[in-house]
Design a binder for this molecule. Structure first.
Ligand SMILES: Cc1cc2nc3c(=O)[nH]c(=O)nc-3n(C[C@H](O)[C@H](O)[C@H](O)COP(=O)(O)O)c2cc1C
Ligand SMILES: Cc1ncc(COP(=O)(O)O)c(C=O)c1O
Length: 210
């Protein structure tokens, strides 16, 4: 089998650095600034993040979701509570996520405990989504097998004809921001890494080796 020479792929990171002074002592504000810069750079889906969850006995799983809100209380995404990730979060309410802004040579990792957002907040977000996305959320038992594409489209057509009310098993999760790490690519793989950890006294910041 012809396979590409993956070992020869090599990108150098050189554009910018990250120092403690610029980063500041509020990592939530820093994530806000970096997100704004990713949006202003015109990146495609700058709010996409890989979300890792695990079963109670530690088997991990990961998938992309969209970050839909960010504040001092945490990072919010929306999904189906009965999906695979939902099942894992209901039994092991901890998550890790990573955002990658490749053209900016940046990644951000977040970690923390997860809780459901309140129903009113989920309703507000659900009602802001386009009709098709609302109907799909109603039609889809996310992560469950379906016999065919035709059956799925039939369910979508049926849901589209009904009132587009948020299902009880669809809503937001908030990842409390307990650990946040900011990574800026540097030459020779000698990258900048600043890791913030939250305690009762506030945030502490450590520089990590690349
Ligand atoms: C860029 C991108 C963004 C996505 N955003 C979401 C999202 O916000 N919520 C969601 O439930 N699924 C989202 N998905 C689909 C998930 O990656 C995944 O297929 C789905 O949630 C089922 O995951 P699970 O079976 O592990 O629960 C997205 C997929 C991509 C590629
Ligand atoms: C299945 C699913 N649910 C939810 C979302 C979240 O996106 P939005 O709320 O912007 O429709 C996505 C995004 O790709 C998705 O694929």
């Amino acid at each position: 089998m012809e396979s590409p020479d993956l070992a020869a792929i090599r990108a150098e990171y050189a554009d910018a650095g990250l120092d403690e002074g610029d980063a500041g002592d509020d990592p939530v504000a820093l994530l806000g600034r970096w997100t704004t810069q990713a949006i202003e750079a015109g990146l495609h889906e700058p709010n996409a993040m890989a979300l890792a969850t695990a079963t109670p006995d530690g088997a991990p799983s990961v998938r992309l979701v969209l970050l839909k809100a960010l504040d001092a209380d945490g990072a919010v995404f929306y999904t189906n509570y009965a999906s695979r990730k939902g099942d894992e979060l209901e039994t092991n309410p901890r998550a890790a996520a990573v955002l990658l802004w490749h053209p900016l040579q940046r990644q951000v990792r977040i970690e923390g405990r997860v809780s459901r957002v309140g129903p009113a907040e989920s309703d507000r977000y659900f009602d802001s989504r386009p009709e098709g996305a609302r109907a799909a959320a109603i039609a889809s038992d996310q992560s469950r097998p379906v016999e065919s594409r035709t059956a799925l489209e039939q369910r979508f057509a049926e849901a589209s004809a009904e009132a587009l009310v948020r299902p009880d098993d669809w809503g937001g999760y908030r990842i409390a921001l307990d650990v946040m790490e900011f990574w800026q690519g540097r030459p020779n793989r000698l990258h900048d890494r600043l890791r913030y950890s939250r305690s009762d006294a506030g945030w502490t910041c450590e520089r990590l080796q690349p």
